[in-house]
Design a protein around this ligand. Structure first.
Ligand SMILES: C[S@@+](CC[C@H](N)C(=O)[O-])C[C@H]1O[C@@H](n2cnc3c(N)ncnc32)[C@H](O)[C@@H]1O
Length: 207
C-alpha cells in the first residue's frame, strides 16, 4: 500500500477525476455535508482546490491544506498551509469544521481529532464526509474489486498509478465509521451512509 497520496502530482486534474470516480455525485454529497454547518466561522480542513467553494462562499471560511499546489487553485481568500495534526488556531475558534474526502490521508488521525475538538467551540460541529467500504461482506468484496479496477485504470491513464492505488487501499485504512467514531472526545455522533452500496459516509460529531 502506498503510504500517502502526493496531491501535488494530481492537483491539475484532481476535481475532474474526483467527479468521474464518484459518478458526479460528489457535488450533491458536499451539499448535504455543508447543509450540516452551524454558525459562520468555518474551517475547511483539507480544503485542497476548494471544491466546496460554491457551498461555503458566504461563510467566514478558513481553508487549510498541507499541499501548496492544491491551495494555489483554491478560491477561498483566507488560505493556510497546514494539516489536521497541528492546527494553528486558538481553542474554540470555529463554529464548524468541514472536512471532505480527507480523513484517509491524515497520518495521525487521533491527534487530528483532538486538534479539531480543541479548535471547535462548545456545541460546534465536526462534519466529515468520506468514502469507506460497504458494511455487507459480499458488497464489500464487489466494491474492492470495482475500486481496484477503476483506480488502476485511472492511474494508468493519468500516469499517476501510486496516487490512485492509494485511493483504493486507503478505503481499508479505518474500521467502519460507525465503529471508528465511537472512540472520540465528542458528545454526540450521527452517521449517514450514501452512494452505491452505501460506501460514502457523512459523520456529524458535536462537541
Ligand atoms: C482528496 S483531497 C480532498 C480535497 C477537498 N476537501 C475536496 O473535497 O475535494 C484530500 C486533501 O487532503 C489533504 N491532506 C492530506 N493530508 C492532510 C492532513 N494531514 N490534514 C489536512 N489535510 C490533508 C490533501 O493535501 C488533499 O488536498
Amino acid at each position: 500500500m502506498a503510504e500517502k497520496a502526493n496531491f501535488s502530482n494530481i492537483y491539475k486534474f484532481y476535481d475532474f477525476i474526483n467527479s468521474v470516480i464518484t459518478l458526479g455525485f460528489d457535488k450533491s454529497w458536499r451539499k448535504k455535508a455543508s447543509n450540516q454547518i452551524t454558525g459562520t466561522r468555518v474551517l475547511d480542513l483539507g480544503s485542497g482546490t476548494g471544491a466546496a467553494f460554491q457551498q461555503l462562499q458566504n461563510l467566514e471560511v478558513t481553508a487549510i491544506d498541507p499541499d501548496e499546489k492544491m491551495l494555489q487553485l483554491n478560491k477561498f481568500k483566507n488560505k493556510i498551509i497546514g494539516g489536521a495534526e497541528n492546527l494553528p488556531f486558538p481553542d474554540n475558534s470555529f463554529d464548524s469544521v468541514y472536512c471532505a474526502f480527507v480523513w484517509r490521508n491524515v497520518n495521525e488521525p487521533t491527534k487530528g481529532i483532538e486538534e479539531v475538538y480543541r479548535v471547535l467551540r462548545p456545541g460546534g460541529k465536526f462534519i466529515l464526509l468520506d468514502m469507506t467500504r460497504p458494511k455487507n461482506n459480499f458488497l464489500k468484496l464487489l466494491h474492492k474489486i470495482g475500486t481496484f479496477k477503476v483506480t488502476l485504470l485511472i492511474g494508468l491513464l493519468t500516469f499517476n498509478l501510486k496516487e490512485y492505488r492509494f485511493l483504493h487501499s486507503s478505503l481499508d485504512k479505518y474500521p467502519q465509521p460507525e465503529e471508528y467514531f465511537q472512540t472520540h472526545p465528542f458528545q454526540y455522533c450521527n452517521i449517514e451512509r450514501m452512494g452505491l452500496f452505501k460506501f460514502v459516509y457523512l459523520a456529524v460529531l458535536t462537541k
